[in-house]
Design a protein around this ligand. Structure first.
Ligand code: FE2
Length: 226
């Protein structure tokens, strides 16, 4: 983070979730419903993504929205309402995913369409919700908390996540960012996390998750001192 810019704990993860949901929406629209193996693979990816999305809301509930209740109760109530709506949606999506998994060949196309449409409305709701957090909640956090407090909240979340899960988050977060954000993010990790974490994110995640040209640009950016 530069000194002019306040800490944004929503931006990187939300870009990742948008990227992951965009990819899955396209894949659900394009799925070959006669191919059981392709369906099983997509269902696996969908389940992991929805777990990441649901756990992300739980992290926000525990570390961000709870302290916000004391400072901006109306906004905190609105966010709680949005999250509750999402939790109900996740259970509906679980049911549709299970229905697709167990559907016979004759009904797969119809169940696949139902899942595609339900996922599309979930994604639409989530886009509106995440924009509300970034446009309304983030300024409220900036008014009521210091950057150090915001970074402490975020650190508690990161420390509560298993290394395997964190890697899954980074796999959508890094390609979701633009090059300048990616370099800023990696510099922040370099300055604040253990060296092994930094090299894991750069060498294992960024190298695999980014197109070669973007990985080259990232390394070039990181070679300059910010
Ligand atoms: Fe949220």
């Amino acid at each position: 983070m530069t000194s002019q810019q306040r800490h944004d704990f929503y931006g990187p993860i939300h870009k990742g979730l948008r990227l992951g949901s965009s990819r899955l929406l396209m894949a659900l629209g394009q799925i070959e419903t006669r191919d059981a193996r392709a369906i099983a693979e997509l269902i696996g990816q969908l389940r992991i993504h929805l777990q990441l999305a649901e756990e992300h809301l739980q992290h926000e509930d525990a570390e961000y929205n709870e302290p916000l209740r004391g400072r901006a109760p109306n906004l905190a109530a609105q966010l709680a309402d949005d999250h509750h709506h999402h939790y109900v949606t996740f259970r509906e999506l679980d049911g549709l995913i299970h229905a697709l998994e167990t559907a016979d060949e004759a009904s797969r196309a119809a169940v696949g369409r139902a899942l595609y449409l339900r996922f599309s409305t979930y994604f639409g709701d989530d886009l509106a919700h995440m924009a509300r957090e970034e446009q309304e909640a983030l300024p409220a956090f900036h008014r009521h908390f210091s950057d150090q407090e915001l970074m402490d909240m975020e650190s508690r979340i990161i420390q509560s996540i298993s290394p395997e899960r964190l890697t899954q988050y980074y796999f959508i977060m890094l390609p979701g960012m633009n090059p300048a954000e990616r370099a800023t993010f990696l510099r922040y990790i370099r300055a604040n996390a253990p060296p092994e974490a930094y090299s894991h994110i750069l060498d294992d995640v960024a190298r695999a998750a980014l197109p070669p040209e973007q990985f080259r640009v990232l390394n070039e950016d990181l070679a300059y001192v910010a």
